[in-house]
Design a protein around this ligand. Structure first.
Ligand code: ATP
Ligand code: MG
Ligand code: MG
Length: 384
């Protein structure tokens, strides 16, 4: 019988995973509240109503799935440990999720395996004296980061000077465990999607990511102005970083390219990733199909992860009003060569919320830029 995939979380990543699974007629069971993005996509599985943090709901999901995976790392790994002990196939390994969901623990793991990262110190308490100590060791500016529950920069505060110490601690909240990271003076941010199968570690091409207010705005693949050597080095570093973690599946590895063409790993996501959306249109196998292939032990070859055509992805982010993000979709539809439009069906927008994305592929990067640039300009004008 075909294997059923259970997914903790029903956001856009779960939705795109379900889209890939639909083409292969792989049943996907989604655990999330209500009519989430992913539940809107697939009717092949048995959806579970509830929070992906609810132990009973997770057990129900496991009971109707042959493999349990995640589309978000902020899950209860103790329940996953329990269901794994009872025989469930959890991918990637719950230990991997537990380590990665604490960004400081993740760092220690990478350092232990000799993977280059920005230097960090953990703060004993969220107190000014501790931050002062960290600044003494790392210099200023530095990035103050929350160890847990971080996404889209919501757990980050750029500390420019001593005057920022108190506001930074207040902004990140007194009860959160924090760490400070040396400022990375990067020339570019890069990302590589890595696929860990039962017997090998494969990688997609290196993509250039552009962040605005700590949220991914755009990706360019191949990374512009980046040599073949750096592309290969970034892929090798990403594969090395992921090799530290147990289990199967796709991992998104974010990196900084700093002076002297040195690469540092910023962080790892144990799941398909925003900066890998381009793979849907630009590669023979997308990161979602690759994730399914890895966790279900289906054949997968490095050649299928190659880039067929240069690609640009633009995130559609929530704007000033609950539907202002739809304006760029209207603009995209008017274009002679229409980008592929992905809407996530999340309902009302909040400012900065990821509501969809657009992908353009073309024979050359210049051609892709010519198509996408008017939409980037439109979004920039809209945001003032
Ligand atoms: P994500 O949504 O990718 O999970 P996150 O909330 O976990 O994001 P980070 O990836 O740590 O946050 O940081 C978000 C962005 O902030 C980075 O992509 C980068 O632009 C900037 N940033 C993070 N750390 C540093 C640093 N040490 N020095 C300079 N800039 C940084
Ligand atoms: Mg993160
Ligand atoms: Mg990040």
């Amino acid at each position: 019988m075909e294997k059923r995939v259970g997914v903790l979380g029903g956001g856009q990543l779960g939705a795109m995973l379900a889209e890939a699974a639909n083409l292969l007629r792989i049943p996907v069971n989604i655990l999330d509240v209500g009519h989430s993005s992913a539940k809107q996509i697939t009717h092949l599985g048995t959806h579970i109503e509830g929070s992906f943090k609810d132990p009973e709901a997770i057990k129900k999901l496991a009971a109707c799935s042959d493999v349990v995976t995640v589309e978000i790392e902020h899950v209860d790994t103790h329940i996953l440990e329990e269901i794994a002990a009872a025989g469930a196939d959890v991918q990637p390994h719950w230990k991997t999720l537990r380590t990665i969901q604490d960004k400081y623990e993740q760092k220690l793991c990478l350092i232990n395996d000799d993977v280059a990262t920005a230097r960090s110190v953990s703060l004993k308490n969220a107190a000014v004296a501790d931050l002062e100590g960290a600044a003494g060791s790392l210099g200023l500016p530095l990035m103050l980061k929350s160890r847990r529950e971080a996404y889209d920069g919501r757990g980050n505060f750029a500390v420019q000077s001593k005057d920022d110490f108190r506001p930074a601690l207040e902004a990140l909240g007194g009860d959160r465990e924090l760490y400070a990271e040396k400022w990375a003076n990067f020339t570019m941010e890069l990302a590589v999607m890595v696929v860990k199968t039962k017997d090998t570690v494969l990688s997609f091409p290196t993509t250039e990511t552009v962040h605005e207010n700590s949220i991914c705005k755009l990706t360019y693949t191949p990374a512009r102005g980046v040599s073949k050597t750096i592309d290969q080095q970034a892929q090798a570093l990403a594969r090395k970083a992921v090799a530290c973690f147990a289990g199967k599946g796709v991992f998104g590895v974010e990196m900084f390219l700093v002076e002297g063409d040195k690469l540092l790993v910023n962080e790892i996501a144990p799941r398909p990733h925003n900066s890998g959306h381009y793979t849907i249109e630009a590669c023979p196998v997308s990161q979602y199909e690759a994730h399914l292939s890895a966790i279900l032990d289906l054949p997968l070859h490095q050649e299928s992860l190659r880039l067929n055509q240069p690609a640009i992805m633009l995130n559609i982010l929530g704007g000033e009003t609950e539907d202002s993000h739809m304006k760029v979709v209207e603009e995209a539809m008017k274009l002679a060569v229409r980008p592929k439009i992905h809407l996530y069906g999340k309902g009302k927008a909040r400012k900065g919320r990821k509501m969809g994305h657009l992908t353009v592929t073309a024979a050359t990067m210049r051609e892709a830029e010519e198509i996408m640039q008017p939409l980037i300009d439109f979004v920039d004008t809209q945001n003032g």
